[in-house]
Design a protein around this ligand. Sequence first.
Ligand SMILES: Cc1cc2nc3c(=O)[nH]c(=O)nc-3n(C[C@H](O)[C@H](O)[C@H](O)COP(=O)(O)OP(=O)(O)OC[C@H]3O[C@@H](n4cnc5c(N)ncnc54)[C@H](O)[C@@H]3O)c2cc1C
Length: 415
Amino acid sequence: MLKYSLSALARNARTYHQDWARMWRAPTPKKEYDVVIVGGGAHGLATAYYLAKNHGINNVAILEKGWIGGGNTGRNTTIIRSNYLYDESAAIYELAVRLYEGLSQDFNYNIMFSQRHVINVALSVHEMQEQHRRAAAIRGNGIDSEILTVAQLKKYLPHLNMNGRFPIFSGLIQKRGGTARHDAVAWGYARGADNMGVDIIQNCEVTGFEITNGIVQAVQTSRGKIKAKKVGVVVAGHCSVLADMAGFRLPIESFPLQAFVSEPIKPIFNHVLMCGGGAHGYMSQSDKGELVIGAGTDIYPSYSQRGGFDIIEETVASLQELFPFISRLRMLRQWGGIVDVTYDRSPIISKTPVKNMFFNCGWGTGGFKATPGSGHCFAASIAANQLNDVAAPFSLNRFYSGALIDEGAASAVAH
Ligand SMILES: Cc1cc2nc3c(=O)[nH]c(=O)nc-3n(C[C@H](O)[C@H](O)[C@H](O)COP(=O)(O)OP(=O)(O)OC[C@H]3O[C@@H](n4cnc5c(N)ncnc54)[C@H](O)[C@@H]3O)c2cc1C
């Protein structure tokens, strides 16, 4: 693999940057692999990367029905944080943030990780009390978390409307939180995995599984049958469809979640703002200058990748109340993705009723931030045929035992 460096840049400038090597190959699928990963989003790519890097398993294929990173990975608003309430969540999201902190060096490829602080604003006494409880629990897990007074909030967010319809009570800040370039995360994992021998096969839709005596033998695809000793399925909003192909059901509902960006403006908004109460919405400013805006899912499950107009109206109305200056901005683009939501709003990393078949899904509205941690744990679990300590609480067993990890109720916002 060509190492990216100043001298590589200078060398390639001599040929007008026409001769850069491709970042990954376009191989023809082999007849058989040790592990087949279904879904070429960042979680699938990360899983293949850590299978090869940490476990020496490189006879691996990633099968992607479209192009890599074209699902939720390329559609999300890139908020990264690890300030979750419960110990199980703290362990996996903090592992992810720690890996993010070294990912550009690990990849030799800039993922533009910007730890610009994530700030939650409380608009009621109840939310303020909840922020205090969360800050204490989060710090108890060794994760940075501070309460901001109204005066401190004003310093961080000078454009915040203090005299609007919603009184401002307090803020919660994670200074190590921030954003990263989502495509770069997918491409960095793809480049690294390909370099270690993983086959990335795009335009290859999985249409079924061959299962004998409860053991997965092969995947059927739009490019023919591919045998696999183990199969990892990481397809976000389409996990119920794939589970159906394998003959079981998942406690998942799929909803459209949308986001939009404004026209570019000068740097004005230095942090990531999240608000989950009476004014539901979140906002950050991209490196291009666009304000990146999002909020909650549609109310109804659906596979339509656009999202309802009522959500746009509610989100923009909420954010205008908090930042009146945005009423002057034109919106440039709007899009949606299909998110996979469990009823405790925590992910599923699990074995399944089919032997040697593993599922990783249920990241809902907040899985981008978890990408390195999810790939790391899923790879370890597939390699060992057993869920590792960080992944184990997220297995499907919790829906039988009742040991749910109810982050939805804890934080009200899961981005
Ligand atoms: C609008 C929006 C905003 C979001 N904002 C945030 C945020 O700010 N922070 C955050 O942490 N998270 C956020 N998320 C959630 C986050 O994007 C996801 O949790 C995460 O990207 C999931 O990654 P993934 O790799 O599992 O899924 P995906 O990137 O969706 O990858 C799954 C892949 O599987 C492929 N696939 C599906 N079916 C098949 C098949 N039959 N055969 C082969 N391939 C198949 C799909 O084409 C897709 O590429 C947001 C999501 C959306 C939609």
